[in-house]
Design a protein. Sequence first.
Length: 69
Amino acid sequence: MNMTAAMLKRCQDCGGAFECGMGQDMPCWCSREFDPVMRLPDGPADCYCPQCLKAHIEQIQAENSSPAR
């Protein structure tokens, strides 16, 4: 087993600090707590903290459930 420490990251939206578990033996919190409804960011974009990710997912779900005009 290759155990790696969680990385401390800053949210690309609010700047808040959070732990990213990408590359650990267990999946990161984001893949355990949320359904995969967003594409991974392209380019230099990075992860969101739990609160901002939840808000982004809710926004996408609301946009996808709104009737087309």
